[in-house]
Design a protein around this ligand. Structure first.
Ligand SMILES: O=C(O)C(=O)C[C@]1(C(=O)O)C=C[C@@H](O)C=C1
Length: 265
């Protein structure tokens, strides 16, 4: 098995995969996710930005955040973002082709991978369930910066969750004899059982808690580190662990199952 070319951004650049290399990438992505949550916590909820249709463009009814994400995705598509199988747009329907020659990514995934996109669900989960947990319930009117921060979170979460396609592919290649019967039977429960490693999940949750403690602690100017119990964090580390345990890991597993169900098509 397993020669893997991995870039510093933690992305997979070869069609030869291993579970270790994929997990390394997920670990690197934790940094991006934890930092993006910490950055978002600078702003209050600012719910009118994503709840109210405020667009003044004729014939266009969308929230400021939706408008912002759509427009940014268009420009990012034009420079080739979505040629990369690790990236999945939120607004698929208006994604243009790249206007530059693009890198030819090795065809690592089954072609049906393209049809696995749960960004609508991620959008709803993020705004309705996650965001209210870690930002102040207030409105300071600073919607453009808030929307930019939301986009950073959404893209980091979406990439992590859709990485489930790569995890599933490598698990399938490592043990096709185990996965094929469950895929042929379209047995989601059996697939879920096969791909679950509870010990790994526990490690992930503990590690992201540690990262949130390390990256998000308030740094004092004197060398006296003081009483541990007085330490303050920009985002509650236990909450970051919970976000992984209750949302990110289950959604990643959902993507794994959805991908596997199509793997023999
Ligand atoms: O590392 C794996 O094997 C994965 O499938 C990823 C992941 C996760 O989301 O972190 C999901 C399912 C496993 O139970 C363990 C971890």
């Amino acid at each position: 098995m397993a020669r893997v070319v991995e870039s510093d951004s933690g992305s997979v650049g070869s069609n030869v995969l291993s579970l270790d290399s994929i997990r390394e990438s997920l670990i690197r992505q934790e940094d991006t996710i934890v930092f993006s949550l910490i950055e978002r916590a600078k702003f209050p909820l600012n719910s009118p930005a994503f709840e109210e249709s405020r667009c003044l463009d004729s014939g266009n009814s969308s929230s400021l955040t939706e408008f912002f994400v759509r427009e940014i995705e268009i420009i990012q598509a034009k420079v080739g973002r979505y040629e990369n199988p690790e990236e999945n747009p939120f607004f698929l329907e208006n994604i243009p082709h790249s206007v530059f020659p693009t890198h030819k990514y090795p065809p690592t995934l089954h072609p049906k991978a393209l049809s696995v996109n749960i960004n609508k669900r991620i959008w709803d989960v993020y705004f309705k369930e996650l965001l209210p947990l870690f930002v102040k319930p207030a409105d300071d009117g600073n919607y453009p910066s808030t929307a930019a921060s939301d986009l950073a979170c959404l893209q980091a979460l979406s990439k992590r969750i859709h990485y489930g396609k790569f995890v599933a592919e490598v698990k399938f290649r490592d043990a096709p004899q185990d996965y094929e019967p469950a895929i042929r039977a379209q047995d989601t429960e059996a697939l879920m059982k096969l791909l679950t490693f509870e010990k790994v999940e526990e490690m992930v949750k503990k590690r992201v808690q540690n990262k949130a403690e390390t990256f998000g602690q308030e740094v004092k100017c004197n060398s006296d580190s003081g009483d541990e119990s007085e330490k303050k964090y920009k985002v509650n580390p236990l909450l970051v662990s919970r976000i992984y345990g209750e949302w990110l890991i289950p959604l990643t597993k959902l993507v794994e199952v959805e991908y596997l169900l199509r793997r023999l098509d």
